[in-house]
Design a protein around this ligand. Structure first.
Ligand code: SAH
Length: 215
């Protein structure tokens, strides 16, 4: 028996972390703690509060989705975020991934194409008490040059190839995690690491993200 909805959702969140995150091999303690803490249901509509803890992506309106919890954890772990890192995120969407990043990094810069989504996320993340997130409405292909370079960059929509502007805004030894591919059924999650003047490219796994739109 659950005393109230909040404790039921907390219990679903704990189960999500145990069965979808730890059981599948996510090891980074900071990532696991962040997924335990952030109330994922706050980033979807009330009709989906329980579904928010399911093992799948969910609609957030505007033909966009909040990523599956495991994918959020995997991408965050692959970035190897230090607590002194400044992180650029392209595709704010619901703001859930943004919250996970803000739990670990010192400062987050997040860019979203759709103004309504950006405003909604900004309002929710403010309500949840985050003060280390900067929001921008605009085209993520250009990154956010004013505050570059970034130690880490995460992209949560899929372009056909890795935007050059994002590579330019990465600091030395920085990492980008990004889904790449023209076809939603045939995308690859790629991790790029900047080392001296070259980039080390690792293909991680197949993924399925909404396409990154062009202006
Ligand atoms: N991390 C988000 C994922 C949202 S889906 C979450 O978990 O909720 C991807 C988001 O990328 C959408 O909100 C979409 O509007 C945005 N997007 C797509 N193309 C973009 C572009 N060129 N610049 C900025 N944002 C973009």
């Amino acid at each position: 028996m659950f005393i109230n909805m909040e404790s039921k959702l907390r219990s679903l969140r704990e189960k999500m972390v145990e069965t979808q995150i730890i059981a599948r091999g996510i090891k980074d303690k900071k990532v696991i703690e962040a997924l335990r803490k952030v109330p994922r249901h706050c980033f979807v509509g009330p009709e989906s509060y329980e579904a928010a803890y399911g093992d799948f992506p969910l609609s957030i309106g505007f033909s966009q989705t909040i990523s599956q919890p495991y994918i959020v954890a995997l991408m965050t772990e692959l970035l190897e975020i230090k607590d002194s890192d400044r992180v650029l995120e392209i595709g704010t969407g619901s703001g859930y991934q943004t919250a996970i990043l803000a739990e670990i990094a010192i400062e987050v810069f997040t860019v979203e194409f759709i103004e309504e989504l950006s405003k909604k996320s900004e309002s929710m993340l403010g309500k949840l008490g985050y003060t280390n997130i900067n929001f921008k409405v605009g085209d993520g292909y250009g990154g956010w040059p004013e505050f570059s370079p970034y130690n880490k960059i995460i992209v949560t929509a899929a372009p056909v190839s890795i935007p050059e502007k994002l590579k330019e805004q990465l600091s030395e030894n920085g990492k980008i995690i990004i889904p790449v591919g023209a076809n939603i059924f045939n995308q690859c999650l790629i991790r790029l690491t900047k080392s001296k003047d070259r980039f080390i490219n690792e293909e991680i796994c197949g993924v399925s993200f909404v396409p990154m739109v062009k202006e």
